[in-house]
Design a protein. Structure first.
Lengths: 242, 740, 180
């Protein structure tokens, strides 16, 4: 089993012995004969920004899904704030995702028929917030991400970077403690990617939201406090190469 | 061929592609099968009408009415004929009496040479009836059996028709009336050729065309929906093709080929399905009973045209849609939202209402517009199309309001979807909307038959009393009254001997209207004589039709026998035996004897009644197809958004929200036009009924069965929606988000 | 294929000697095979370097035949020389434009020595990422001129990083070739 050894330049990663927000141990998951995860340990502290990098097919998206309780590992545990995620049923995990986690994906996550502000209100409505209040908060988030003037536009009328920022607003609207983002800049050009990553990390830092992002782009990974490299279903930074 | 290989590679091989193509082919198969049955039925109605209407004798130049049969002897080229409507145990028997020369060349449909005097040919159903009953009850009415009438002379396997050979003096000039859809002009006719007509009346054709449109529309909607299945997935595949250099033309050609091949398979399956369904369809009683199977069989040429037409239509539409969608190398054109529907969409609806109301108002003022029937059809079609066209507009308006007010996630998702795609969402329920409209039209139309309220506290002739109108003696015969009276009295007393006859009464004609009876006869026949007068007179002749019985003391006895009443003990056998006795007596009758109940039966079996059968059939088919269409498009609506809904579920959105989205997207457009459909349906029914009859008929409160049908339709819709829940769950899992 | 100008040839030659004692001429050939395809090492340069290495005590001449020139000498690595090579290999370089060639040399030497080339790549990768994080942080709220300068540096480091990732992915392939 590989020990995670990461190199951090950020003062924010406090190895002061406080319990991690999310802690994964010995994660293994196979899809048929393909072993996607082959024993992974990972800790994420409150407010920490972690980049999970690795080549395509290395299992980084699968890792993200397991950490977020979307997929259940064959072996291993995921603990979130004293809750053993891997022991919860689907409904329990759904509830946890809705209440505590936020998600941003590579693309195509906005409902095409809803304008930006309505898209942002969705998780708030799901959490039981009244429509008026939800709209108010959604507008505030869009303003904060510099999208105030686009709040009544449909996703089809937004650029890729704008749509991604709407998705970030949506993910942060419920004030999650942990944000999962899967290739958030995957389909963006350098400038748009920079805008999105700045918005994402600034917003996450302001809200003290921990962020776990997957990317294959070093420049995107450079926005994180530390980097975890996954190769062939294993965390390989500091590990032995086959 | 390279195009086919390419199409197969691009469209047929991939996840879910087979399901999509099977769905498409299945939908087209159902559509084609129904279309063929519909065509067969329409064709069947026409050809059956021809076979059924020849006994009415009064069509065209091949027959002329004869005022004095005795003076018009039949020749080898012509026969004398009279058609009467007889009753037996509530059934109507069409009886054609023919006087022919021994060498007559006139051909009787289904019989051939006219039967010799004293013999008869009967339809198989009637022969069965004759054989199942004692001769004195039925068989002896016609003489000696000489043969069977074959299909060429019969409407259907259940037709009761008899062709008898007779002599001029025994020929009974019929009175006018209707037997089923055969309108009898009455009288004696000299006929050179027995011919029928396709439509006994234009009203009849009107109704048939409306019914056919009612069934055709949902079929078209279904085909329209299934050919759109999986459009989103396909757009992605086409985008990939465009990326590697396929021209838009080529992509359109591939789309057309895919749909062409699929619809060909579907159409052929539909032909097979129709063939399998014909025996079942032949069991359905429509209008004048069941059809012969051959009636419903569509000729091969027509089948070929239908198959070619459906395939060509689907192919052309698919190619056109694809080229219009402007699929670029990077996916469909951005912002795939529909054009916002404009208020112009309600114009056809309003036009339809105006046309219907205009035509009806004119008819009610007895200044009907020329071709009112055509105008009413046009109005009906305009209204139906208008409803479908106005649906998206109304849905859009309502969704806009609802989108602002909703507080639930599902509401926000569904209302905005509807707002962006009002046409697509309305299309899903348009079949059902049409069905609700049609069921309202038909149910309201049917109420017309129950319209005349019974007059309370009035007396009627006993339903078991037979009424026979006697032939007036020739006016030039001076001694006739006396001898006629004697003969009638003698014959009547013989009839009185018949088993089951309780009394007979002879009514005599009187210069004032209404036959006169002696007090004794009146007492026997149950005619009221409150003042104990020696003679009573019956007011008007409607008492012997279907009206109530009002009598008054007569001022003087009548002179010539005009009517014979035969009271029976009320059993069917007694009534029929008495009827047979009257028919077999020496009495010269104007028309076959009947009871008041027989008249009722005749009156009730009006075209409105047949309208009901056709209507129920149309509604049943329309609702079923619409439910299938709703399920198909609900699934398509979810599949088109499966990635984004899957991602939302991944974020923690419960699957119940997806279910609520489906329900809301089906319920809102339906609810929007539901009340409108019912209201306009009833209005249309009233317009058609009142317009066609110039106000003689009107419609009534809707019967409970209507609400039952409505509830069933809604239940079917609910079932269709619930059936999509499984797809909603399985297609929005994490795996779904990984594709695309 | 192997066109990296400006390799740190002193340590590289030392590293090559680490795989076994060798004559100067053989050493030059081996160097040229891996690193001198475009610009072969001059004999003079080889012998100057060897002399310097000897002076630093990292190599010794073995079995020298008296009276003959330097070309007849075999050279072998000393423990101090071996330590120097390892130190060199596993010290990540500050990201710079000339880094690539050194990193390549290090990788080859590590493979030739049977050392953990993956580890050196990982160390280098981490050093690169750390630098990228610094630069990324510098950009926050900085003037456009600074941002552009940082971007310039970032893209160059990124290029290195991508090469590192690719090389890491090809290590086993490269190892097989080195072993030949």
């Amino acid at each position: 089993m590989n020990k995670v050894e990461t190199i951090s330049m950020s003062p924010r990663t406090l190895e002061d012995g406080s319990a991690p927000l999310l802690s994964a141990r010995g994660l293994r998951l196979a899809f048929g004969l393909t072993e996607a995860l082959r024993g992974i340990d990972l800790d994420c502290h409150a407010g920490e920004i972690i980049a999970v990098t690795g080549p395509s097919g290395s299992g980084k998206s699968t890792l993200l899904h397991v950490l977020a309780g979307v997929l259940v590992p064959d072996e291993g545990t995921v603990d979130y704030d004293n809750v053993r995620l891997t022991d919860l049923n689907e409904a329990g995990r759904s509830r946890l995702r809705l209440d505590k986690f936020g998600f941003v994906f590579q693309h195509g996550q906005l409902l095409p028929d809803l304008n930006a502000v309505d898209n942002v209100t969705l998780p708030l409505l799901l959490a039981g917030v009244k429509r008026r209040e939800a709209r108010r908060r959604a507008d505030a988030w869009l303003d904060r991400l510099g999208l105030g003037e686009y709040s009544r536009k449909l996703p089809g009328q937004l650029s890729g970077g704008q749509a991604q920022r709407v998705a970030i607003a949506r993910a942060l609207a419920t004030k999650p403690t942990l944000l999962f983002t899967d290739e958030p800049t995957g389909s963006l050009d350098s400038l748009a990617a920079e805008t999105v990553m700045l918005a994402l990390t600034e917003a996450a830092r302001d809200a003290n939201t921990a962020l776990i992002l997957t990317t294959h782009d070093p420049r995107t990974a450079a926005y994180a406090d530390r980097e975890v490299v996954v190769r062939d279903g294993q965390v390989t930074i500091g590990g032995a190469y086959g | 061929m390279r195009l086919f290989t390419l199409t197969r590679l691009v469209t047929a091989e991939g996840r879910g592609a087979s399901g999509r193509l099977i769905g498409m082919a299945g939908g087209i198969a159902v559509g084609v099968a129904l279309l063929l049955l519909l065509l067969g039925g329409y064709d069947g109605v026409t050809s059956r009408s021809e076979r059924l209407s020849w006994p009415s004798l009064s069509h065209g130049e091949w027959s002329t009415q004869v005022q004095n049969p005795a003076a018009a002897a039949p020749t080898d080229d012509s026969v004398l004929a009279a058609t009467n409507l007889e009753h037996f145990d509530g059934e109507e028997i069409i009886r054609v009496d023919i006087v022919a020369t021994p060498d007559s060349t006139v051909v009787v449909p289904g019989v051939g040479r006219p039967p010799e005097a004293g013999t008869y040919h009967a339809s198989p159903a009637l022969i069965a009836l004759i054989e199942a009953n004692p001769t004195d009850i039925l068989g002896s009415r016609y003489g000696a059996p000489a043969g069977v009438i074959d299909e060429a002379g019969l409407a259907g396997p259940d037709s009761l028709v008899v062709v008898t050979g007779t002599t001029t003096e025994n020929l009974r000039p019929s009175i006018s009336g209707g037997a089923g859809s055969v309108f009898l002009r009455g009288g004696v006719w000299s006929v050179t050729e027995f011919r029928g007509v396709s439509y006994p009346s234009s009203n009849y054709r009107t109704i048939t065309i409306i019914g056919a449109i009612a069934v055709l529309l949902p079929v078209l909607i279904l085909v329209g929906i299934v050919t759109r299945l999986g459009a989103a997935t396909r757009t992605e595949r086409f985008a990939a093709l465009r990326l590697i250099g396929a021209t838009p033309r080529r992509v359109a050609a591939i789309a057309a080929t895919e749909t062409g091949v699929t619809s060909l398979v579907g159409a052929l399956a539909g032909v097979a399905l129709a063939w399998l369904l014909i025996p079942i369809a032949a069991l359905v009683e429509m209008e004048d009973g069941r059809f012969f199977r051959t009636d419903l069989t569509v000729p091969p040429g027509t089948v070929l045209i239908v198959v070619a037409g459906v395939v060509a239509g689907c192919t052309a539409v698919a190619g056109w849609r694809t080229s219009r969608a402007r699929i670029g190398p990077l996916g469909g054109s951005r912002g795939r939202t529909e054009r916002r529907p404009t208020a112009l969409g309600v114009v056809p609806l309003i036009a339809g209402v105006v046309v219907l109301l205009g035509a009806t108002t004119a008819a009610l003022r007895h200044t009907p517009l020329p071709r009112t029937d055509r105008i009413l059809i046009a109005g009906f079609v305009l209204l139906l199309v208008g409803l479908i066209a106005a649906g998206p507009v109304l849905t859009y308006w309502i969704a806009r309001i609802a989108a602002r007010r909703t507080h639930r996630t599902a509401g926000v998702i569904a209302m905005n979807r509807i707002q962006q795609h009002p046409r697509a969402t309305f299309r899903a329920v348009s079949g059902l909307v049409a069905a609700v409209f049609l069921v309202s039209v038909f149910s309201a139309g049917i109420t017309t038959v129950a319209e005349e309220p019974a007059i309370e506290d009035s007396e009627y002739l006993a339903p078991s009393t037979l009424i026979a109108w006697l032939h007036p003696p020739p006016p030039d015969d001076a001694g006739a009254p006396a001898s006629g009276t004697t003969a009638v009295t003698a014959a009547t007393s013989r009839i009185a001997q018949t088993n089951g006859v309780t009394a007979t009464a002879i009514g005599y004609s009187h210069p004032e209207s209404g036959p006169v009876f002696t007090a004794a006869d009146a007492a026997g026949a149950g005619l009221p004589n409150p003042h104990g007068a020696s003679h009573i007179q019956v007011n008007g002749s409607s008492a012997f039709g279907d009206g109530s019985l009002v009598t008054r003391p007569a001022t003087a006895p009548g002179t010539t026998p005009e009517i014979l009443l035969v009271a029976t003990d009320g059993t069917t056998h007694s009534v029929e035996r008495a009827r047979t006795a009257i028919l077999g007596s020496e009495l010269r009758l104007l028309s076959p004897p009947g009871t008041q109940a027989d008249h009722e039966g005749t009156r009730w079996r009006t075209w409105a009644d047949r309208y009901a059968t056709l209507g129920r059939l149309a509604v049943l088919v329309a609702t079923l197809i619409s439910a299938v269409a709703l399920a198909a498009s609900s699934i398509a609506a979810i599949l088109d958004r499966k990635r984004v809904l899957g991602l939302l579920r991944l974020m923690g959105m419960p699957v119940s929200t997806v279910r609520r989205v489906i329900v809301a997207e089906a319920a809102l457009p339906l609810a929007t036009v539901f009340a409108l459909c019912i209201g306009l349906g009833i209005l249309t029914a009233w317009c058609i009924v009142a317009g066609l009859t110039e106000g003689q008929r009107t419609i009534n409160w809707l019967p409970p069965s209507y609400y039952l049908i409505l509830a069933t339709s809604l239940a079917l819709a609910a079932t269709a929606v619930v059936a999509t829940f499984r797809t909603a769950r399985t297609s929005t899992t994490i795996e779904a988000t990984r594709i695309g | 294929m192997y066109i990296f100008p400006g390799v740190d040839n002193t340590t590289t030659l030392l590293g090559l000697l680490g795989t076994g004692a060798s004559y100067g001429y053989d050493l030059k050939s081996r160097y040229d095979r891996w690193f001198g395809l475009k610009k072969p090492l001059a004999f003079g340069q080889v012998y100057t370097t060897l002399t310097r290495l000897m002076r630093d005590g990292w190599i010794v001449a073995i079995g020298a035949e008296a009276g003959t020139g330097p070309e007849r000498k075999r050279y072998g690595i000393t423990p101090a020389g071996r330590a120097r090579v390892l130190e060199w290999i596993f010290t990540p370089e500050v990201p710079s434009e000339t880094l690539q060639s050194d990193l390549f040399a290090k990788t080859i030497i590590a493979l030739l020595l049977g050392d953990d080339a993956g580890r050196l790549l990982d160390l280098q990768r981490s050093r690169h990422m750390a630098r990228m994080r610094e630069l990324t942080n510098e950009k926050r709220g900085a003037s456009l001129a600074v941002v552009l300068a940082c971007d310039h540096a970032l893209f160059h480091i990124e290029a290195d990083l991508r090469w590192i990732d690719l090389t890491a992915a090809r290590l086993s392939q490269l190892q097989a070739e080195v072993k030949k």
